[in-house]
Design a protein around this ligand. Structure first.
Ligand code: ZN
Length: 419
C-alpha cells in the first residue's frame, strides 16, 4: 500500500469560517486517500518515510470552478470594455485561434503547468468550440495531474463570422467529442456558452444530451446589465434569465452558473431551490465593470457558492489572488449596502475556494478522512517578521502575500504534481 506522510503545520477549512490547525502535525494518506491528521505518527505507519516540510504551512489545494482555457493567451489584456463588446472585440477572435491544434497544444501545456504550480488541482473549465483542441486541453490537464471537468463550448449564434458553429455542427461535434473523451481524472461537462450564444434548438438538444448521458452543465448567468437586456429580447416568454436554462433541462444540482451578479431575490431563490451552484468571480466582475455580486446575501440565503478565476475576464490564475479579490469585492458590496452586509473573512473566502466545492466532486469539506489528497505546501520564512507569528496569522499573510518560490509542493489525487 502506498502511504504518504506529510509533516508541517496542517491547515484546513472543515466548516465555513472555521480553520482547523494542527501545528507540527502529520497529514497521512493511503493509496491517495486521506486517513487523518495526527500530532504523532501512529504506530502502523512508523516504517514509512516522512516528507518533512519543517515549519511550512500545509493547506488544502484550490478548486477553480470557472475559467476559460482559450483566453489564457489574452490574460492581462483588453480590460477596457463591458462584457458584450469585450467578447466580440477580444475574446472571440482569440478563442478562434484554437482551430490550430499545434497552437492549442503549446498553449494548453503551459496553462496546465501553471495551474499545477499555483496549487489549483480541481477545475471546471470552458474550452473553445473546437472538438480537437478540447481533447488536447483535457489531455494536457490529465498529464499535469489536474482533475475535474472540461467542456467543449457550444455556440451557434452571435459569435461573429470566424467563431460560430451551425446548430447541426455544434450538436454532432459535441456527441463525437463525448465519445472520444476517455481520461481518468478529467471528465466532460456540457457547456452552452450562455443564452445569447445558443439558439433554442441547440439548448433543447443539449438538455436532452445532459439527461441521456447524465452530464453536469456549466454556463453564465446574470453577469452584466447589457447581457440581461439581450436575453430579455431573445426570450420575451421568460420573466427571468434563469428560466432560459430551466426550460431546456439545463437547471439542476449539477449545474454551475458563473457570476449571478444581477440575480435578484427571486432568481436567487430559483438557484437555491434547484441546488444550482453559483460561481463567484470577483476579479472578473470588477475588471469588466459588471458589478459586485451580493455574495454575503447568497450565502445567508443558503446558495451553494464557490469561486472561479474566470480568466481572462479575471486577471489572475492564482486562487490566492482570487480569494483576496472576493474579500475586497465583499467590502465594496458592504459599502454599497449601507454597511449592512458583512464582508468575507479570510477563513470564509478560503473555504469558498477549497471546501465549498468538495461536494461537487463527491467529497467532504476539509482534509476529511476518505477524501482524495489535494494539498499545497507553502513557506513564508523569507518574509519579514516583527515578532513570532501564530500559524493563523501566517495563514492570513500567506493568502495575501508570498515570495517567489513560496509554493514548495502541490499534491493532487494523492500524487505530487509540483515541487
Ligand atoms: Zn466566464
Amino acid at each position: 500500500m502506498e502511504i504518504r506522510i506529510i509533516k508541517g503545520n496542517i491547515i484546513s477549512a472543515p466548516e465555513f469560517g472555521k480553520l482547523d490547525i494542527t501545528e507540527n502535525g502529520y497529514l497521512i494518506a493511503a493509496e491517495g486517500k486521506i486517513r487523518g491528521i495526527y500530532q504523532k505518527v501512529p504506530q502502523e505507519y512508523a516504517e514509512h518515510p516522512i516528507e518533512d516540510y519543517g515549519d511550512a504551512l500545509v493547506m488544502q489545494s484550490f478548486a477553480d470552478m470557472h475559467l476559460h482555457a482559450p483566453q489564457y493567451p489574452m490574460l492581462g489584456m483588453g480590460m477596457d470594455m463591458p462584457l458584450l463588446d469585450w467578447l466580440n472585440t477580444y475574446t472571440f477572435p482569440t478563442e478562434a485561434c484554437f482551430k490550430d491544434n499545434e497552437f492549442a497544444r503549446k498553449t494548453y501545456h503551459r496553462l496546465a503547468q501553471e495551474l499545477a504550480a499555483k496549487g489549483t488541482t480541481r477545475v471546471c473549465m470552458f474550452s473553445s468550440i473546437h472538438r480537437e483542441a478540447t481533447l488536447i486541453l483535457m489531455e494536457e490537464l490529465e498529464n499535469a495531474g489536474i482533475t475535474g471537468y472540461v467542456g467543449k463550448v457550444n455556440m451557434d449564434r452571435n459569435g461573429g463570422k470566424d467563431y460560430q458553429e451551425t446548430t447541426e455542427e455544434s450538436i454532432s461535434e459535441t456527441i463525437k467529442w463525448l465519445d472520444e473523451c476517455n481520461f481518468e481524472h478529467i471528465k466532460p461537462m456540457l457547456t452552452p456558452r450562455f443564452t445569447p450564444a445558443c439558439t433554442d434548438e441547440l439548448m433543447q438538444e443539449l438538455g436532452r444530451i445532459a439527461k441521456e448521458k447524465n452530464l453536469p452543465i456549466q454556463s453564465h448567468l446574470s453577469e452584466n446589465t447589457g447581457e440581461l437586456a439581450l436575453v430579455k429580447q431573445l426570450h420575451p416568454d421568460c420573466d427571468q434569465y434563469w428560466e432560459t436554462y430551466e426550460k431546456y433541462g439545463l437547471w439542476n444540482d449539477r449545474t454551475l452558473m458563473a457570476h449571478c451578479v444581477w440575480s435578484d431575490e427571486s432568481e436567487r431563490k430559483a438557484i437555491r431551490d434547484a441546488g444550482v451552484w453559483t460561481v463567484h468571480c470577483a476579479a472578473s466582475n470588477e475588471n469588466l465593470v459588471s458589478g459586485y455580486a451580493p455574495v454575503r446575501r447568497m450565502l445567508d440565503e443558503g446558495l451553494n457558492v464557490v469561486l472561479g478565476s474566470d480568466i481572462a475576464g479575471g486577471d489572475h490564475l492564482s486562487m490566492f489572488k482570487n480569494i483576496t479579490a472576493a474579500i475586497r469585492a465583499s467590502k465594496a458590496r458592504r459599502i454599497m449596502d449601507d454597511w449592512k452586509t458583512d464582508f468575507l473573512t479570510v477563513e470564509e473566502a478560503f473555504y469558498l475556494s477549497t471546501s465549498a466545492a468538495a461536494p461537487f466532486f463527491g467529497e467532504k469539506p476539509g482534509f476529511a478522512p476518505g477524501n482524495s489528497l489535494h494539498a499545497i505546501v507553502v513557506e513564508d520564512e523569507s518574509l519579514p517578521m516583527v515578532r513570532p507569528l501564530s500559524v493563523e496569522e501566517r495563514f492570513e499573510r500567506c493568502v495575501y502575500r508570498r515570495e517567489h518560490g513560496a509554493m514548495l509542493a502541490v499534491y493532487s489525487e494523492g500524487k505530487k504534481i509540483y515541487g
